[in-house]
Design a protein around this ligand. Structure first.
Ligand SMILES: NC(=O)c1ccc[n+]([C@@H]2O[C@H](COP(=O)([O-])OP(=O)(O)OC[C@H]3O[C@@H](n4cnc5c(N)ncnc54)[C@H](O)[C@@H]3O)[C@@H](O)[C@H]2O)c1
Ligand SMILES: N[C@H](C(=O)O)[C@H](O)COP(=O)(O)O
Length: 334
């Protein structure tokens, strides 16, 4: 069986994306890799970091060979302006989005098996006039999928989110039974398909303090979450909740669960990142393509310093390879 072919988008060029992609490529990786980004930016960054690298332009068609340490194929996607480490430039945002579009195209055309994304800067893309909240939502829209689920996983903990990148003031209104059921079905299916867990156990957090305290501290648990869970339990899903989020993340509960569904970004991700920052992987569940990513952002202040850790990117690549292997075994990928 041939190695997994991975497209690696290099992310925001002023951030650490280029650095971590280059560092990853210096080491053995049991896959075929193609970076999607600006070739000159990568060459200049490698030189600044003092890393001798062979960066080879890729034409988008020639079959990719197994990765060789110190070498990297690059699907050249030119930036509009020269890249300056640490200095965001909205003029370069269209090219950043183009790297994502090209990665999606390659995956949908079967030229790569999965995409792995380095971090982008959401703010500068918006400054460029494009409404953008994250890869998760962008990739869903680009692949024509109505609902996807963000899952971050590291050191044995898996945390999925019922809502992703939206202001806290809009979270409660965004929760409804139907979406919650779809989210849980996607999570359940992914735990079975991609993580090999035959009968997944999922803990579901409440939204309000103490899961609403019987309706005295909010009614979303009674009106939205509990009815959604009841309906899914009738379908056979093993769900516990809605549980108070403050004590859900304790060993007594986690030992008996395969994943947690948090209601919003900063209910679940601070716990996950406290537990496994730098080692965790962000996976978009429910896409028609495999997409994994890092657990961190653009860390502009570390760009070109040599101090950016590539451990989360390495974990994202490893997870993508495992997902490709698992889907091939199930006959879902050639
Ligand atoms: N996958 C993604 O595209 C992704 C993920 C998270 C954040 N972001 C974006 O990144 C931008 C900056 O976000 P932020 O400042 O909240 O988070 P951040 O992860 O960039 O930085 C948080 C802290 O962690 C450190 N850090 C991050 N990555 C590191 C690494 N690989 N090695 C060593 N230290 C590292 C930074 O120096 C900083 O101190 C925002 O625009 C945010 O939306 C993108
Ligand atoms: N929510 C993610 C995190 O905190 O790590 C991050 O913003 C990346 O999201 P996307 O994969 O949607 O860009």
């Amino acid at each position: 069986m041939h190695v997994a072919r991975l497209a690696l988008t290099v992310g925001e060029p002023a951030g650490i994306g280029p650095d971590i992609c280059l560092e990853l490529a210096r080491r053995p990786v049991p896959a075929a890799l193609v970076a999607i980004g600006d070739l000159d930016c990568l060459r200049v960054r490698a030189a600044r970091l003092g890393w001798p690298m062979v960066l080879r332009p890729w034409d988008g068609e020639t079959p990719l060979g197994a990765h060789q340490p110190g070498q990297l194929f690059v699907l050249h996607t030119p930036l509009a302006a020269p890249c300056r480490p640490g200095q965001l430039n909205p003029a370069n945002s269209p090219a950043v989005l183009q790297t994502l579009d090209r990665a999606v195209h390659l995956a949908q055309a079967g030229l790569v098996d999965a995409i792995v994304t380095a971090p982008v800067h959401k703010g500068v893309i918006n400054d460029a006039g494009v409404s953008f909240t994250g890869h998760t939502e962008y990739l869903a829209e680009r692949t024509g999928v109505e609902r996807v689920v963000m899952l971050l996983a590291g050191r044995g903990l898996r945390v999925a989110l019922a809502t992703t990148h939206l202001p806290l003031s809009r979270v409660a209104a965004a929760l409804n039974r139907e979406d919650l059921q779809q989210t849980l079905r996607i999570l359940h299916r992914a735990l079975r398909q991609d993580f090999g867990i035959l009968d997944p156990r999922i803990l579901v957090a409440g939204l309000n303090p103490h899961a609403g305290e019987g309706g005295h501290l909010g009614r979303e648990e009674i009106e939205v979450i509990e009815p959604a869970l009841q309906a899914l339990r009738r379908e056979g899903l093993r769900l516990k909740g809605p549980l108070p989020a403050d004590t859900l993340f304790t060993p007594r509960f986690l030992e008996e669960a395969d994943a947690v569904l948090a209601m919003y970004h900063d209910q679940g991700l601070p716990v996950l990142k406290y537990h496994a920052f730098g080692e965790a992987v962000n996976i978009t569940l429910g896409l028609p393509i495999i997409r994994t990513s890092v657990d961190h952002g653009t860390a502009l202040e570390l760009a070109a310093t040599g101090r950016a850790e590539s451990s989360s990117l390495a974990a994202a690549v490893e997870t993508a390879i495992e997902m490709v292997r698992s889907r091939r075994l199930q006959g879902l990928l050639p």
